[in-house]
Design a protein around this ligand. Structure first.
Ligand code: PLP
Length: 423
């Protein structure tokens, strides 16, 4: 496969941007290769600048549930663009999108639009703190909630009681209010609530953890979180930046039938444009300025072009609920292919799949938390990644990212992918 143009562009890019990229995982650093430079994408296919054609299972890390450049979404964007790119004033489209989101997720009684998932999470936590008048929050090891200072933490050695920054440039004092529990471990959560009585503003969780591969919640785990937050007067935040509109039109909260107090959305809700949303109980959202005292603002928030893309994307998902059965079924087929390939080639592998999200870990352990996810053999993953890419299948260049199935993947493409997996 010729990638000479990508190589040349990368050589230029690394002079101008750290690692040549605008988001670290794009750099392919984990798999010992250089990134492909993309020219265009359409449906389930992505094309690099050398003219290579790949079946894409990255889907821009989640937004592309309908496939790339869906004609109706593109048309909605084109129509919106000619009327102006940004006004810094309200538009009817924003309220329309709110209604659609509320219809899909009734827990989202009121909401705010922002420009990234990071911003949505940061703002939701601020609202929860303003509402409760408390400072501490609980997050889970291995869950990703964007790159805001207070969330770049790892559990400290002092057995879950203190957290330390997981990035240079984050002062210790910025993360000391962030407590870290273990995913799928009720005792670790109970302990933090017991040791911090009346001090926890919010608990934030990815209802399906999809930033350490794919780790589903154990039976009863989410309802336990719902109960314990309620008992302790803490706000339950579901970070549905990935799961929202992906597991179902109503996200993980519909899929598992649990109602959080606040929800963050991103990725799919912007239909491929930079847009995200946070919202939930009206009582909490009324704490946000200009109604309440929690400040939060954004020059490009609720952008007219982004909302046009979001509205069309959400409408298409609502109008075609059969999409979910299709993508879930295809993800199951892929999961099965991984399991068969592991057996056939005698490879230690564990496959997790929830809806259209899946991850094949190169480990024999059942993966239900971060430590087990990181027991994977990363060299084996790299070799697998290379085999897939060279075979025309574009999967995430990291063991700890989900594989995304979109509505644009055809039966033939799924079949072709399964055959390559089995090789
Ligand atoms: C991607 C992601 C974010 C961050 O969103 P950005 O738009 O990249 O800032 C937050 N939470 C989860 C669960 C995500 O997957």
């Amino acid at each position: 496969m010729n990638t000479s143009k990508s190589e040349a562009m990368f050589a230029e890019a690394i002079k101008m941007m750290p690692g040549g990229v605008n988001s670290p995982v794009r750099a392919f650093g984990n798999v010992g290769r250089n990134p492909l430079f993309i020219k265009k994408a359409s449906g389930s296919h992505i094309y690099d600048v050398d003219g290579n054609d790949y079946i894409d299972y990255v889907c821009s890390w989640g937004p592309g549930i309908l496939g790339h450049a869906h004609p109706e979404v593109i048309e909605a964007v084109q129509k919106a663009v000619v009327d102006g790119l940004t006004f810094g004033a309200p538009t009817e489209r924003e309220t329309k999108l709110c209604h659609l989101v509320n219809e899909c997720m009734p827990s989202m009684e009121m909401m705010r639009m922002v420009s990234s998932g990071t911003e949505a999470v940061m703002s939701a936590i601020r609202a929860a703190r303003g509402y409760t008048g408390r400072d501490k929050i609980i997050k889970f090891k291995g869950c990703y909630h964007g790159h805001s200072d207070g969330l770049l933490v790892k559990a400290g050695s002092a057995a879950l009681t203190s957290s330390v920054p997981d990035s240079a440039g984050v002062p210790k004092s910025f993360t000391e209010k962030t407590l870290v529990a273990l995913y799928n471990d009720e005792n670790s959560v109970r302990e933090l609530f017991d040791n911090n009585k009346g001090e926890i503003a919010a608990l934030i969780v990815e209802p399906v953890a999809a930033n350490m591969g794919v780790v589903p919640p154990k039976e009863g785990f989410l309802s336990f979180l719902r109960e314990i937050t309620k008992e302790n007067g803490a706000v339950l935040i579901f970070d549905e930046v990935i799961t929202g509109f992906r597991l179902s039109a109503g996200g993980a909260q519909e899929y598992y039938n649990i109602k959080p107090d606040l929800t963050t959305l991103g990725k799919i809700v912007g239909g491929g444009m930079p847009m995200a949303v946070y919202g939930g109980k009206a009582e909490i959202m009324k704490c946000v300025s200009p109604v309440g005292k929690v400040y939060q603002a954004g020059t490009l928030s609720g952008n007219p072009v982004a909302t046009a893309a979001g509205i069309k994307t959400v409408e298409l998902l609502m109008k075609n609920p059969d999409i979910y059965a299709k993508i879930d079924g295809n993800a199951k087929k892929l999961a099965k292919a991984y399991e068969e390939a592991a057996k056939k080639n005698n490879i230690a592998m564990t496959v997790n799949q929830v809806g259209s999200l899946l991850c094949a870990y190169f480990t024999e352990q059942k993966v239900d938390d971060y430590d087990k996810a990181t027991s994977s053999d990363l060299e084996a993953f790299s070799a697998y990644f290379g085999k897939m890419l060279d075979g025309g299948i574009y999967v995430a260049p990291s063991q700890f990212e989900a594989m995304f199935v979109s509505a644009a993947h055809t039966d033939e493409e799924i079949q072709k992918t399964c055959e390559l997996i089995l090789k």
